[in-house]
Design a protein around this ligand. Sequence first.
Ligand SMILES: [Zn+2]
Length: 260
Amino acid sequence: MGEWSTAGWTWGNLGIQTNATEGQFQQLRQELQSLHSLLERFSPVAGTVDSIVWMPNSEGDYSTRSEYDILALLRFGEAWSNSSPSCFSVIWEAPFPQRIRAFGWRCAHNRIPPKEELSFRGINLSVNNLLCVYCAEVVETCDHLFLGCTFAKLMWLEVFDWLDVSANLGGELVSSLGLWIQECRNKGIKNGFASKVWLAVLWSLWCYRNDIVFNNVKACPSDLGWSVKFKVWKWSCAGNITYSKCDYYDFCKNPLFFEG
Ligand SMILES: [Zn+2]
């Protein structure tokens, strides 16, 4: 199969006999090279027994849910994330205030009116007025405001750190909820809690953006971090007697304590 060296494991000819004619040998060598390129990512671990691992699940165990997610993603791509009832039903069913739920629905369907959209609808804004209120470098779109802006990225990084989740949410708001829920699920975080965090980040960014535009508030990323945590705590307490006994500062230190 191969051999160990100081540099690690090197795949050999895998027991394939090469005593063929020259023409056959050429073809065999090409196939062997292709096989080696596939095997490059894998190497044996000394002292362990071989086992079967289901890669789509972070635990390595097969589940019909993870297979469904993979097949749905392959079949529908981002369109699945955009329209999957499994993603958005968690927002509709969670005990959010009505206006927050409506905001989530509008985000999920790209119905939030950033400056670019207002301009498109005929509202007269100067070129400078079209820029993002946070960074003042890029035209304000929903995708930029909630995901692409340096300010938003700082916000998300703080949330990743808070929940110990690392995620690539892509560049499109409409597919970010599906990606976020998937990453959280890989860490054992339930859909309801993941959707609460997603919505709290967006709602905080939107409210703060409006404060900057209409009330001349100065942008401060650390304020927003606390705002997101407070919203998630408040929404978790609503209608949940267990959470309502949890002190806000304890919740900030251990946000998943009641989610296990
Ligand atoms: Zn920006």
